[in-house]
Design a binder for this molecule. Structure first.
Ligand SMILES: CCCCC/C=C/CC(=O)SCCNC(=O)CCNC(=O)[C@H](O)C(C)(C)COP(=O)(O)OP(=O)(O)OC[C@H]1O[C@@H](n2cnc3c(N)ncnc32)[C@H](O)[C@@H]1OP(=O)(O)O
Length: 414
């Protein structure tokens, strides 16, 4: 028999060297630790299932189980270790006949209780149960290892223009039309709305928006204006305004931290939305351009309100009235971008940081975001509404139609 009754541990030969009842066999010191330990040892009577009650386990199987137990990587916990201890004692010594330890000898008493609870269980049955219990621990550990080895990133189904994945508590929404510089088509607006709705409800802690390829996003797909049937331009403008309002509203209301990872040039609506993101990380290859007057249009994404707040009216005017394109460093100096990274290390540095952020307590982040943004929400919805009303008119103007015709005649690139 290999129990060390004087010390608070179960023999290595019973439960393996990693499975001591208490680490280092230390004895209980102080009332608090005693109480904690009693809680840890408060085990129910041991009634293992007799799945193979009639099958006799050989001495060889029993010894093999003892060896397997030593190889377990994960500590099975005190409750299981007590079961193993009790079954081992019953299997090797028979029913518990030793005197009951005193009430204050917590560990000895827990072990005695576990053994005693087996009553008159035969030594063969105890061996059987011991072997079954070890076998269940071994298979639980190997199936959890298989699970750990599986790829963690899960891709969400049902998207064509974006790639939506969740990994490490981060839902990533990636613009995925690199051959069009990630221009946002009508379909993409709708898919982003759907992805934000999913990300708001799923288990992820934060959401990230980024672009696939060289560009972050070239803004509204100008084909959105050319697909209208003849005589249907008013309807097209009206529907466009409804869609835009809904799209921007989803950014205003998004309940979790929303982070933009700006991997390259950003144009138009992809820039204005940055004011509604909680953090903006940019590669040093990124540029920020809102050429609204050049296109005969007007600001959206609540930028008419948020940009002056973020960067001051004068700087906002340069961008929103006079089409000034900012470098990443300039955008950072003006508060639109949180931090700029060298392109070479951009992805590595940013994702390491995001992984750490996403391990923070989810609910705390959500309520804190609500405190930071909540008071502004009503105002932002009003601004969104107004911007969409103005744009609806702009899209019907000659200034806007001429700019779009010029783009498609390839006379006018930004
Ligand atoms: C529901 C409606 C809501 C509306 C909300 C309103 C939002 C306002 C805005 O977003 S305004 C901003 C609009 N964007 C632009 O004006 C950008 C237009 N694009 C360009 O100027 C250039 O393409 C470029 C500077 C982005 C890149 O130039 P480059 O020479 O490097 O590459 P190409 O021009 O050859 O681009 C490759 C192909 O991609 C097409 N493309 C790029 N951006 C857009 C776009 N925004 N809309 C439509 N198509 C775009 C481009 O035409 C090329 O196509 P091709 O290979 O068929 O020629």
């Amino acid at each position: 028999m290999h129990t060390n009754e004087g010390k608070w541990k179960i023999s290595d030969e019973i439960v393996g060297s990693r499975c001591r009842l208490f680490k280092n066999g230390r004895s209980c010191k102080g009332r608090y630790s005693c109480v904690r330990r009693v809680q840890a040892l408060c085990i129910p009577a041991i009634h293992l299932h007799m799945t193979a009650a009639t099958m006799q386990v050989s001495q060889q199987d029993f010894e093999k189980a003892q060896e397997q137990l030593k190889l377990l990587k994960k500590d099975p916990g005190n409750e299981v270790k007590l079961k193993l201890y009790a079954l081992f004692k019953q299997a090797t010594e028979g029913p518990c006949n030793s005197p009951k330890p005193g009430m204050l000898d917590f560990v000895k008493k827990a072990k005695w209780d576990a053994w005693n609870s087996l009553g008159n269980l035969s030594q063969d049955n105890a061996k059987q149960k011991y072997t079954e219990l070890v076998s269940s621990l071994v298979s639980a550990e190997s199936s959890s290892q298989v699970k750990d080895a599986a790829p963690e990133e899960s891709r969400h189904d049902g998207y064509e223009t974006i790639i939506v994945t969740t990994k490490n508590n981060i839902t990533k929404i990636m613009f995925n039309r690199p051959e069009r510089k990630n221009a946002i088509s009508h379909k993409m607006y709708r898919e982003i709305i759907k992805a934000l709705e999913e990300a708001a409800k799923n288990d992820s802690t934060i959401a990230v928006i980024t672009g696939n390829g060289e560009y972050y996003c070239s803004g509204n797909d100008l084909n959105n204006f050319t697909n209208a049937e003849a005589g249907e331009t008013e309807k097209m403008a009206k529907n466009g305004a409804v869609l835009l309002k809904e799209f921007v509203a989803h950014f205003i209301d998004f309940p979790k931290p929303l982070i933009a990872v700006v991997n390259g040039p950003a144009i138009g609506i992809s820039v204005t939305l940055l004011g509604l993101c909680d953090i903006v990380y940019a590669s040093d290859t990124a540029t920020f351009h809102t050429p609204f007057s050049q296109l005969g249009q007007s600001p959206e994404g609540c930028s008419s309100y948020l940009f002056p707040k973020i960067m001051g009216l004068a700087k906002a005017n340069e961008m929103l009235l006079f089409n000034k394109k900012l470098t990443a460093a300039e955008a950072c100096a003006q508060g639109l971008v949180t931090e700029v990274f060298p392109d070479r290390t951009f992805q590595k540095e940013v994702w390491a940081r995001l992984k750490a952020y996403a391990s923070l307590p989810k609910n705390s982040l959500a309520v804190s975001k609500q405190l930071l943004r909540g008071l502004e929400k009503e105002k932002l919805h009003a601004v969104n509404n107004q911007e969409c009303e103005v744009l609806k008119e702009r899209w019907l103007s000659d200034e806007c139609l001429n700019a779009i015709v010029s783009f498609f005649q390839k006379k006018s690139k930004l």
